[in-house]
Design a protein around this ligand. Structure first.
Ligand code: ADP
Ligand code: MG
Length: 391
């Protein structure tokens, strides 16, 4: 709660008390445990919320202005709810504007507010600081305005904010987990039906450890579009080849791939093999976690990485190095790249007693090979968006 006190201090220095409704709220970042590049193939993903979040305090105003202060950028901006336009210079504010815009489009009439926020979700590292910012904004505005918005509705409106206002073509995973996450649980999301299930993820002997490679490649966008194209090509092929409805690779089994897929170009075949086996790995992971079988889950993480590296080809030298270093340590059950790839983070399942040694060994091993000091975070599955206090 220290952070909330800190935020209110800044808030009071900048904004005068309107005497109206006020409160403090937070929303977390996330790490995807397994199910990578399956979302746009109508498949399954399994993220968890992490113990890193964006915290926002706010109070309603008497007019239609939103005045927002970002502590981390030390920047205050104001705009009218009646005129929401894209800000080329201050990208961060577009996440807030986008959310306000989607709320208005849904027919909610928002009152202006003063807002201040800060976060410790690493930005641009694939832990979804953007979804955390959207969700905390929606949660804050909804609460201050006394709007009752179902959790799924809120996640979807935040996704639309990122799609429509910010202009990033993201799926539903990040906003879902930031809104719906629960302590000691991962969240299985079916990206076709948009249904979800909380999966128990609690074992006092293990920790989730996230290693940030600190590399980011410009490649991501073009490679991403190419993978999507290859997946569409494979799905189209099976739609014509199989005697039933195939809308996405989600609908193709591994047996069908093996029987007919040899007619596909080798690259497309391998892309399809990743997606199909990865979907299976998510489902097997869920069964394993329900049995508290972390050993099986760890093996599936390792297989997932190999498939992303060799079949889907979205890993890179630094991510492979982090995984190789991890698998050479004692007490490591699983390790894989997480997120879109070509940089960002790996996620590891490490025995609690080995975590300190793991962190030292990865840090020095990675720095020795690359000259980069990685950032390493240990996290248990955290709660999704929440109210910290309200007056
Ligand atoms: P990711 O979601 O993987 O972290 P994105 O590029 O999608 O990366 O989103 C990062 C952007 O979100 C930042 O460039 C910034 O505009 C905004 N953002 C995230 N966290 C904060 C924060 N604490 N304060 C202000 N803006 C933030
Ligand atoms: Mg993002």
């Amino acid at each position: 709660m220290e952070i909330v006190k800190h935020l209110w201090q800044f808030f009071q220095e900048r904004f005068k008390d309107t005497g109206r409704e006020k409160g403090a709220f937070s929303a977390p970042g996330r790490v995807n445990l397994i199910g990578e590049h399956t979302d746009y193939n109508d498949g399954f993903v399994l993220p968890m919320a992490i113990e890193k979040e964006i915290t926002m305090v706010g109070q309603l105003r008497d007019d239609q202005l939103l005045k927002v202060y970002s502590l981390d950028y030390d920047s205050e901006l104001k705009f009218s709810l009646d005129n929401l336009t894209f800000d080329q210079e201050n990208i961060w504010v577009n996440y807030l504007k986008g959310v306000a815009d989607e709320l208005e489009k849904m027919g909610y009439h928002l009152t202006g507010a003063n807002l201040a926020f800060t976060g410790n979700v690493p930005q641009g590292s694939g832990l979804s600081s953007s979804a955390a910012l959207e969700v905390v904004t929606a949660f804050t505005l909804a609460n201050l305005n006394n709007l009752e918005i179902e959790p799924v509705e809120m996640a979807l409106l935040c996704q639309r904010a990122e799609n429509n206002f910010v202009g990033v073509n993201c799926g539903i995973m990040d906003q879902y987990i930031s809104r719906l996450g629960r302590k000691d649980h991962a969240l299985m999301i079916d990206c076709r039906t948009k249904e979800y299930e909380l999966i128990p993820f609690k074992n006092k002997d293990f920790r989730v450890v996230i290693c940030n490679s600190k590399v980011e490649r410009g490649l991501v966008d073009s490679e991403y579009n190419q993978r999507r194209e290859e997946c569409n090509q494979a799905a189209k092929f099976f739609a014509e080849r199989l005697d039933r409805r195939v809308e996405a690779l989600r609908d193709v089994t591994i047996e069908e791939l093996e029987e007919f897929g040899t007619e596909l170009p080798d690259t497309v075949y391998r892309r399809a093999r990743h997606v199909i086996t990865e979907n299976n790995r998510v489902l097997t992971s869920i069964a394993a976690l329900k049995n508290n079988d972390f050993a099986t889950f760890g093996r599936l993480m390792i297989e997932s990485h190999k498939s992303l590296r060799d079949d889907y080809e979205v890993s890179c030298r630094e991510l492979d190095l982090l995984v190789d270093l991890a698998l050479n340590q004692e007490g490591v059950l699983g390790a894989r790249m997480t997120g879109a790839g070509f940089g960002g983070c790996t996620v590891n399942l490490v025995r609690k007693n080995n975590v300190d040694h793991f962190m030292d060994a990865i840090s020095s091993g990675y720095e020795q090979e690359t000259g980069i000091r990685p950032e390493i975070y240990v996290s248990s599955p955290a709660d999704g968006a929440k109210m910290l206090n309200k007056e």
